[in-house]
Design a protein around this ligand. Structure first.
Ligand code: NZQ
Ligand code: ZN
Length: 385
């Protein structure tokens, strides 16, 4: 196991009826930027609950609507303008990962003297980020309990990740009932995103970290166990609650401490979203089979462990076990409505070359837990996916 420092100060307030805690958690006298997405929270009653919580605590607030999926820098800068004009000093993000990620940049940019895009490019660290609170409505990204944020910019066609401890939420309300209004497509996306977050931190090479391995396997096995129930209608509270907690645990830092991490599927997936607009989780299901096909020799020991512990495949020929584990993973993605492999997405033949070039030109290579995925391997991964 490698050395690590683990510090996760996010207060998680979990369960039905918890949105009212927002009024308690935001300090009195704060002036709140209440930011959300395209309006789902107005249809499902979450907006009304948040307004009630803010108003009954006597908190001043202004609303900013319209943070889109794959949040756009251009939109977020409008929220920053509003916050500056109205002297707002607390950001409340209400929505899915896109709203939370977008609000992390807004919180960092409000009092930032330079060009906020420099924060995303990691040329500058945020100074004096505003405090951020979260009401999560889509279990998927883990953004509610981590320091990461992924921002898209129209002007440059980029989708880039950044992160800073100062934008970790002060609190996150996780009320599984807020997910009842999710379309099936977004529930399936959430299951796959959480699953692949764990794979990125687990399916690498053995690092003598059996606790991290078993924590990762427990999240994977739980997702397999509850996946179908989480998709069911009418929604099942316990399945949604467990999905929500799995998604948070998948990327709150705990399972990845002291172990090698991959993230190639995500980095290639972000390029696919930037080029084609495909939902984040769908890009992961599209790319992952290619990563395990090309990196199979390097990942062999963990692939066998994954086959045995998550899918119960421990007998017979080793290669057959790995093949079966990959096939079961693909079937699992498909079972929640997310096509596995690039073939399910009708993409042009130029995609492998375009993505390899974009990553290479930006200095985004090499990728992978061993830092050995170069432009040629990116091309091969996409051809194999
Ligand atoms: O905008 P509204 O109207 O709210 O609708 C959203 C959006 O259209 C809708 N939705 C959310 N909650 C709902 C709901 N609809 C009905 N009922 C509800 N309760 O769902 C749609 C998708 O929302 P979005 O926030 O985009 O989805 P998700 O949570 O999957 O977030 C994806 C973004 O997070 C980034 C992705 O790259 C992508 O930009 N990620 C962030 C990470 C992080 N911060 O750690 C890690 C991830 O790997 C990921 O990269
Ligand atoms: Zn993800």
């Amino acid at each position: 196991m490698e050395n690590f420092v683990f510090h996760n100060p996010v207060k998680v307030i979990f369960g039905k009826g918890q949105i009212k805690a927002v009024g308690r958690e935001i300090p009195k006298g704060s002036r709140v930027l209440f930011a959300y997405g395209g309006g789902s929270i107005k249809k499902n009653g979450v907006h009304a609950q948040v307004v009630e919580a803010l108003a009954s605590a006597g908190l001043e607030f202004r609303e900013f609507a319209g943070i889109e999926p794959n949040p756009r820098f251009e939109t977020l800068m409008k929220a920053v303008e509003l916050a500056r004009a109205e002297k707002l000093d607390y950001v409340l993000a209400v929505g899915g990962g896109s709203v939370v990620d977008g609000c992390k940049l807004v919180a960092a940019a409000i009092d930032f003297a330079g060009d906020p895009w420099d924060i995303v490019c990691r040329k500058a660290a945020p100074t004096n980020a505003m405090p951020l609170g979260v009401v999560l409505t889509l279990p998927a990204t883990g953004s509610e309990m981590n320091l990461f944020s992924v921002i898209s910019r129209d002007e440059t066609g980029e989708k880039l990740g950044w992160g800073h401890p100062s934008v970790m939420p002060r609190f996150s309300v996780l009320d599984p009932e807020t997910t009842y209004s999710l379309p099936a497509r977004q529930v399936g996306n959430g299951v796959v995103d959480a699953f692949v977050h764990v794979l990125e931190q687990y399916l690498t090479y053995p690092a003598e970290a059996p606790l991290q391995d078993r924590l990762a396997e427990s999240v994977l096995s739980t997702l397999v166990e509850i996946g179908a129930k989480a998709m069911a209608t009418p929604p099942d509270y316990q399945a949604r609650a467990n999905l929500m907690w799995c998604a948070t645990m998948a990327l709150n830092g705990l399972i990845g401490q002291g172990v090698p991490q991959d993230w190639a599927t995500h980095m290639i997936g972000h390029e696919l979203t930037a080029l084609t607009g495909i939902d984040h989780a769908r890009t992961l299901a599209a790319v992952w089979p290619g990563v395990v096909a090309v990196k199979r020799p390097e990942k062999r020991a963990k692939l066998l462990q994954y086959a045995a512990r998550v899918w119960g495949l421990s007998d017979g020929d080793e290669d057959a076990r790995i093949d079966a584990a990959v096939a079961k993973t693909r079937d699992f993605f498909e079972s929640v409505g997310v096509p596995a492999g690039l073939g399910g997405y009708n993409l042009g033949a130029d995609i492998p070359e375009a993505i390899a070039r974009r990553l290479s030109e930006r200095g985004g290579l090499p990728l992978g837990e061993r830092g050995d995925i170069d432009a040629d391997q990116v091309r091969r991964i996409l051809q194999a996916a």
